[in-house]
Design a protein. Sequence first.
Length: 364
Amino acid sequence: MQALKYLDEYRRADLALKIADDIKRASSRPFNIMEVCGGHTMSIRKSGIHKIIGENINLISGPGCPVCVTPARDIEKAIALSRLDGTVICTFGDLVRVPGASSSLEREKAAGSDIRMVYSAYDALRFAGEERRKDIIFISIGFETTAPTAAAAIMQARNEGLENFSVLSLNKTMPEALRAVLGREDSNIDALICPGHVSTITGTGIYRFIVEEIGIPCCVAGFEPVDILEAIRVLTDLLENGEKKLVNAYQRAVRKNGNMKAKAIMAEVFRACDSEWRGFGVIPASGLEITEEYGRFDAEKKFDINVPVYTDNSGCICGDILRGSKRPADCGLFGSVCTPEDPKGACMVSSEGTCAAWYKYRRS
């Protein structure tokens, strides 16, 4: 496809329909393509991409929604911190409504806890400078996209002597989660649309093992309709020809080596650790914990919170959805008991959650 220059060109209906027709002509048999990122899922449902690419291409949502994969125990850690005297919890809006086992941050706020929705770690850092008598705790949740900003905030807190600033790191990384998804015996994924935002930081090399070891083609894609359709076209051609390649279809934003400065900052403050994922259990080396050098800014160590092990809502199948083995429509709670106004699981809470996307655009 010829490179497009302006953003509105990536939303042209005529071009989108032409690529969709190319996909239908090229696909001679069924393929299961997983879009890893929740942003892709939302764009697919909003644009109706799943309806114009033909019956042979089955799009499956993956584990690329950080709020959705955060288990109840981690939510309970944030809740426990919010109940301490003199603490201020700062986090992104989606996380506030995620139900834990006993409560949610939204309920704790209603009960009187000081919980503030922020746009970045630097908002929390500013509060720490302005309110020195309070302990400002930033709940850092996300993948490689947002982790560098949390790391940079911790470095700045040290430089400015803001000892009342700390971070609860719930950050996760993408490669080992994808290995867990694709390594399952019941995995039926034929190809991956890889997340564009993560890839701007990491570069494309983190997906190389998927092609070389697992034998599944991958395509890094942007988030506009034409971006996603082009990735599906690329993957369809590769699958039809039996080729296993890693393709970067988001070259206007993603480079082979990613953002070297952001990766260096992240590597200085964080180190890999085992991490629990909703629906997966513990995945080795898939989380990011704060190093000893910056340990005094680690909220989990600073406040010594102990939270029991919890199980997720037994009626919610969010874990199965995140693994790609089930769809929202397979859940008995979806759209009736579980809605965006009264979510029972994380996949309905997040703006990038699969259930939220299916519900919001259920008539598209």
